[in-house]
Design a protein around this ligand. Structure first.
Ligand SMILES: *Cc1c(COP(=O)(O)O)cnc(C)c1O
Ligand SMILES: [Zn+2]
Length: 412
């Protein structure tokens, strides 16, 4: 294993690679550090190692924090398709726009990335009980990996979480509780519970430091899928932003290892119903403030008010700034329109939070992206997570018996 320690992003102190959720000195966010010099010494051997393994996330295991590979809990996550937007959508002249279909992960969202790594690490550290706060998708993924690892799993989600996401976690045998209030209430409850009972906390809002390591593999895959080149822009729907921060870490590592010479500009996308990071970015505020208004949006996967962990939002904002990118917010109407375009013109069924990436692309083409730029939009979750969004709530497909019945229905 090339991972050496956990280091605080705020002060310089570090911890061993154990179950730590914050810097023991200052409470700052912890990050996994690697011995990059030794990895560099592998030279072409590193790429040979990658190539000798199947196209899934653990292909990049030199850059992941697991010591004994027999502890890896995997169902082939990652290795998701990177496909051109479409020939028919005509979204401006976006010739070089690709969709990274994270919806193709085994549990239907990118949350398999953080959870395969964090659950594997929990196994390595002898954890028996895992807990997670989630807006739904992370809970489904955590439940799946916990089931495979034989760990007990408790999932805390907001009361208004879409049914299918709750059913998914329940189907894997997790205990699921609906927590009153916003995602932040689930976050704080899971944190207190994990501290009181000594459960491993898988929450990816920068609490569990191993989750971001899973997220970063998105960058390695994009690099390989674009044949070693790097897009100018990567557009990611964000809650607190670990996927964006993780992906950027991946690109920075690739650069540090001498495999690329520039990093992409990151665009973080939020809903106008809850946009603490975008608002702080646009206002030029140093720190992100918690969102104190109620939020009602179909894009539940990206609704995170950050109450009690505002510094997580600040880290994401700083990462966007460092990359030279920007932050964009979109309305539910725009999201749904874009989810419809994806479903009806591109053949891709995603949940509303994911469609936010396309809505942001439309805006960014007007403001910052040049038509020639290569862009990757990350389709974070599958449409089957929220299957009713694009059809009328009471619509039922007609029941027929004969060609005669069909005649009145067919429009040529
Ligand atoms: C969790 C989630 C996001 C937000 O990702 P973060 O890394 O938590 O910022 C976006 N889209 C979907 C579908 C999600 O489930
Ligand atoms: Zn610290």
């Amino acid at each position: 294993m090339y991972a050496t320690k956990l280091k605080c992003r705020s002060c310089d102190s570090s911890e061993a690679l154990g179950n730590f959720y914050a810097c023991q000195k200052c409470g700052g966010i912890l990050e996994v550090i690697y011995d990059y010099d030794s990895i560099k010494k592998l030279k072409s051997g590193l790429r040979e190692n990658f190539n000798s393994r199947e196209f899934c996330l653990w292909r990049y295991r030199e850059l992941l924090p697991i010591k004994d590979y027999s502890n890896i809990v995997s169902v082939g996550e990652g290795g998701t398709p990177l496909v051109p937007l479409s020939r028919t959508t005509k979204i401006f002249e976006s010739k070089n726009t690709y969709m990274k279909l994270e919806s193709c992960n085994p549990s239907g969202s990118f949350k398999d990335r953080p959870n395969t790594v964090a659950v594997s690490k929990a196994v390595e550290l002898n954890g028996k009980y895992v807990i997670i706060a989630s807006s739904g998708n992370a809970g489904g993924a955590a439940a799946a990996y916990a089931a495979r690892a034989g760990l007990k799993c408790l999932v805390c989600v907001p009361e208004d979480t879409p049914n299918n996401k709750v059913s998914q976690a329940l189907s894997h045998g997790a205990q699921v509780v609906l927590v009153k209030g916003s995602y932040s209430n689930s976050y704080n409850l899971a944190l207190q519970t994990s501290l009181e009972f000594g459960f491993v906390n898988l929450t990816s809002t920068f609490l569990n430091p191993y989750t971001v390591e899973g997220d970063k593999t998105l960058a390695y895959e994009i690099w390989e899928q674009l044949n070693g080149s790097i897009p100018e822009w990567v557009i990611i729907p964000i809650g607190a932003g670990p996927l964006l921060v993780g992906a950027y870490k991946g690109f920075e590592e690739l650069k540090m290892l001498g495999l690329i010479d520039k990093t992409p500009k990151m665009i973080g996308v939020q809903s106008t119903e809850c946009s603490p990071i975008v608002d702080a970015f646009l206002a030029g505020d140093e720190k992100v403030k918690a969102w104190d208004k109620p939020s009602k949006s179909v894009a539940s996967g990206i609704i995170d008010p950050l109450v009690g962990y505002e510094e997580d939002g600040t880290l994401t904002k700083l990462t966007i700034e460092k990359s030279g990118g920007t932050a964009i917010k979109v309305t539910d109407d725009e999201l749904i329109r874009c989810a419809n375009i994806l479903a009806k013109k591109a053949g891709i069924f995603v949940e509303p939070a994911a469609a936010a990436a396309l809505a942001a692309l439309e805006q960014a083409f007007i403001t910052v992206i040049n038509p020639e730029d290569t862009v990757v939009i990350v389709m974070t979750g599958h449409g089957l997570k929220t299957p009713q969004v694009l059809i009328k709530p009471d619509y039922k497909a007609p029941v027929v018996e004969s060609v005669e019945d069909l005649k009145s229905l067919i429009s040529l």
